[in-house]
Structures are given as structure tokens and as C-alpha cells.
Design a protein around this ligand. Structure first.
Ligand SMILES: Cc1ncc(COP(=O)(O)O)c(C=O)c1O
Length: 472
């Protein structure tokens, strides 16, 4: 291994070129064009296995539900299903895709703050494992819909645990000020009110503390809060909860090469470089709740329980690489002093991937590490200003607002010129899923490198007709 971002048998430098599961990235780029997203089935499976280790540190069954919102291209969903992982969806559309990909109702859980009747109907008719309810109003809608359909809906109530982590403010989902879930008191009231409903099976409680959580300990806090709620529900309504859902949010280390990124803002490092074993967090959470349960004489409440996790990023982020071609370059004088004295010259690289493909770069000032795919073994010792192709001043890979939330420059080998292929690493989560055709740009192709090393096209690049296919 010559480079800090290399991962044996997955991301490797061979003959100075980036290889993904043994496939030359530059060859894929010339076959399918760029931008191009390349996913590794072996890495997806390895990530699922890593999460599954949590099953061995708890005394109850574990149900792992991949958060489809991270990316729901059909080829990826099928790969997830083939790896025997269940699924969490966030809309009727994702639910439909999950069913189409072959997931059974019992493999599906359904989140969301604004569910429509048709979505609730589809969930109930498909007998999904749990509709995760966001409010008392929604619970009423679900009950009425189930009654109309002559069915019983499995529901799990999403609680607001008021746990704050040091992730990005937009990725906090467990605070009173966030838009998700219901107050515990409302949930307790719901359990009392609906305990004898013939149309609702109140089988679980749920929370999600946010995404890219740097603190492993937050899962223990969350589980304790859920257990206390479970105990109160049992005492007040006699209902024994059958599943507890701890959500997702396990972090991915986006800074595999942080020592070289000397400009990387120190405030952001902790979040982007967060790294812990999910099973360590789950072990700590389980042990603390087991002790509390024993102390409060309620150990039997843990019997017959299933623990759910709904990770997205930690399954798919590092399994996806985004290849891009440098399409233009220029030099710009830079003055950094008040008297506008010329200090230096910036070398700009303009790529063919923009925030229409990597939306979080604009919305969250997200960082994706960049390397040269064609000179992957060379030292990245030259600073470049990097920008995308969009006619939008915010389509840049530094902090255009000047708040220094991103490094000003990207470090790459010297003398990068148009036509060189670059690769954004850890680009699998919340990228393909959020793409748009902004500026009339085609959605790029997506390739999945299968376990046997064959690169399979799972989404074709769009063409002119796709740009107008829904216009009437
Ligand atoms: C309810 C819910 N579950 C699971 C996830 C997946 O989170 P992550 O991709 O960080 O694992 C999210 C994303 O924020 C979410 O909102």
C-alpha cells in the first residue's frame, strides 16, 4: 500500500492507476463516460457484515434495515437484498421500489414525516414490519386507513429523545427543535388510547439520533431513553414492546488522508474523521440497558425483544466512488491582503461533476476526498482550486461563503490538465440519490462491480430525450 486511502482488495493503486475491486477506474470512465458512479458489491457486503457483528454483542435478535434514502438505484437495492439485509424506506416511492426489488413486507420499515393516504395504504396492504409513526395525527390516519381496508397495521412510534451530537446541524434529528417524531408523553398517551384497537398493532418504538454521529456513546443514551419509555409504556398500558429501533447514523471516515490536507478546518475534522465500530456502540448501549433493566427489576422486558438498526451511510458511502474528468483549467492571480498586493496564483480545475451530482457539497459544505485516478500512486503535493461545471457560483469545492468550512484547495499531483480522470472517494451515500438535471445535465451512469469482479452497468447515462421525458 502506498497511499493512505488504499483498502486492500478494494481500493488499490496498480501501475499508478486507481483500481476498484481489481477493475481499472480509468477504463470504466472511458467505457461509460464521466461523471460516473462506481459501487463495489464486495464492499457493501463487508460493511453489512461489519454492522451485523452487533448481533453477537446483544442477547436478542438483530434486524438490520438499510436506509434506502442513502441510494435506492434498483441494482443497489437488489445487492442489499442479496446480502440478506432488510430495508428502511421514506416514501411510497421507495416502498414501491423496495417491493419491486424483491423485499417482502416483513423486511420493510417505513419512516417519514408527511405520509399520504396512498402511501399508508400501500404499507398496510403490503403488511410491512412497521410503519414508523411521526405524530398522533398520523397514527389516527393509519388507524382509519387500516379500518377501511379491514386490516391491522404494524406501527412503531418515533420519539424525540433530545440527544444532541456534534454532527452537522442539518443532520441532527433528535432534538426538540428538529422536525421529527413525537414527544414521549404523546407516545405514552397513544399507547393507552390505542391499546385495544383492532386495527393497530403497537409493536415498537423508534428514534434516530442523526447522521454521521461522531460519539459512540450517544447510542447508549438513546437506548436508555428508549428502555425507560418501554418500561413506562408497560406500566401504563400493559403493552410489551416487541421491537426497539435505534436508527442509523454510524459515521464514515471521510478524511483518509487528513495529514496531507493541512488546510482542513480543524472545527470540521472531528465530524468528518469520525470512526468507531458500530458493534462497540451497540455493545455499550446493550450493556447499560441490561444493567438498568436488572436494577429496576424489569429484565423480562428485554426478553422476546428485537433490536433494529437502520444504517445507510455506513453501508454505502465508502462503497461508492465518483469519477470525473477535468474539462477546463485556468490560472487566477490571488490577492489576500487589504492592499490587494498579488500574493500568489491559483490553478483552477473545472470538472464535469457538480452539486447536481454531489448536492451536499453545496447544502452542507460536505467534503469528499479527491485523488487522481490516472496517477493514483503519485504524491498529491500541488494545491488546486476546484469547481464543477454548473452555471452557479456556488458550484465549487471550497467554502464560497468564506466561512472556511472546507479547505480552500485540493491537493493533487502536479500538472493536472484537461482530460485527466479524478476520483471522489466515499461518494456513495446521499449523492446519486439526490441528483438533478440542473443546467440540462444528464444523470450519470452507475456501475456496480460484482463480487466476481465483473463491472455491471446498473443505471445508464441519460440522453437528450431523458431531459424532456416528463414534460408535456
Ligand atoms: C430515520 C432515519 N433512519 C436512518 C437514517 C440513516 O442514517 P445514516 O445514513 O447516517 O446511517 C436516516 C438518515 O438520516 C434517518 O433519517
Amino acid at each position: 500500500m502506498t497511499q493512505p486511502w488504499e483498502i486492500e482488495s478494494f481500493l488499490e493503486v496498480r501501475d499508478n492507476q486507481l483500481h476498484i475491486d481489481g477493475v481499472n477506474a480509468a477504463d470504466l470512465a472511458s467505457e461509460h463516460g464521466t461523471p460516473l458512479f462506481v459501487f463495489s458489491e464486495s464492499r457493501i457486503r463487508r460493511n453489512i457484515e461489519r454492522l451485523r457483528k452487533s448481533a453477537s454483542v446483544i442477547d436478542c435478535p438483530l434486524k438490520l434495515c438499510y436506509a434506502a434514502k442513502a441510494v435506492s438505484t434498483m441494482g443497489i437495492l437488489r445487492a442489499i437484498k442479496d446480502a440478506e439485509c432488510d430495508i428502511e424506506v421514506n416514501s411510497g416511492g421507495e416502498l414501491w421500489k423496495a417491493l419491486k426489488a424483491g423485499f417482502s413486507g416483513q423486511q420493510i420499515i417505513f419512516n417519514g414525516t408527511s405520509k399520504e393516504i396512498w402511501e399508508i395504504e400501500l404499507a398496510i396492504k403490503s403488511s410491512i414490519y412497521a410503519i414508523q409513526v411521526d405524530s398522533l395525527y398520523e397514527l389516527e390516519l393509519i388507524e382509519q386507513t387500516a379500518e377501511r381496508l379491514g386490516k391491522k397495521a404494524n406501527v412503531s412510534l418515533r420519539l424525540v429523545p433530545e440527544i444532541e451530537t456534534s454532527t452537522h446541524s442539518a443532520l441532527q434529528t433528535a432534538l426538540l427543535t428538529s422536525k421529527f417524531g413525537m414527544m414521549p408523553d404523546e407516545a405514552f398517551e397513544a399507547f393507552r388510547k390505542y391499546r385495544n384497537s383492532p386495527n393497530l398493532d403497537l409493536c415498537g418504538i423508534h428514534l434516530h439520533i442523526g447522521s454521521q454521529n461522531p460519539e459512540a456513546h450517544a447510542y447508549a443514551d438513546a437506548f436508555q431513553m428508549l428502555f425507560e419509555s418501554m418500561l413506562r409504556i408497560y406500566n401504563e398500558s400493559g403493552i410489551k414492546i416487541r421491537h426497539i429501533n435505534l436508527g442509523g447514523g454510524f459515521p464514515v471516515n471521510y478524511l483518509p488522508n487528513v495529514s496531507q490536507e493541512s488546510e482542513f478546518p480543524s472545527k470540521q475534522r472531528e465530524m468528518f474523521a469520525a470512526d468507531f465500530e458500530p458493534s462497540d456502540a451497540v455493545r455499550e448501549a446493550w450493556a447499560s440497558v441490561k444493567a438498568i433493566a436488572a436494577d429496576s427489576g424489569a429484565a423480562d422486558l428485554l426478553e422476546g425483544l428485537t433490536l433494529l438498526l437502520e444504517p445507510g451511510r455506513s453501508i454505502i458511502a465508502d462503497a461508492g466512488i465518483c469519477l470525473t474528468t477535468v474539462r477546463n483549467h485556468k490560472e487566477r492571480p490571488v490577492s489576500e491582503t487589504a492592499d490587494h498586493r498579488l500574493l500568489t496564483t491559483d490553478h483552477w480545475l473545472l470538472t464535469d461533476v457538480g452539486f447536481n451530482n454531489l448536492l451536499s457539497t453545496a447544502t452542507y459544505k460536505w467534503y469528499y476526498h479527491l485523488i487522481s485516478a490516472e496517477r493514483a500512486g503519485e504524491a498529491s503535493d500541488t494545491p488546486y482550486k476546484l469547481a464543477g461545471p454548473l452555471c452557479d457560483g456556488g458550484d465549487v469545492y471550497f467554502d464560497v461563503e468564506g466561512k472556511k468550512r472546507l479547505p480552500d484547495h485540493r491537493m493533487l499531483p502536479e500538472s493536472i490538465e484537461p482530460d485527466e480522470i479524478l476520483a471522489f472517494l466515499n461518494a456513495g451515500a446521499y449523492t446519486v440519490a439526490q441528483e438533478s438535471q440542473y443546467n440540462g445535465r444528464f444523470l450519470p451512469a452507475v456501475v456496480l462491480v460484482r463480487q466476481d469482479g465483473k463491472a455491471e452497468l446498473i443505471r445508464r447515462r441519460e440522453c437528450f430525450e431523458d431531459l424532456i421525458s416528463t414534460d408535456v
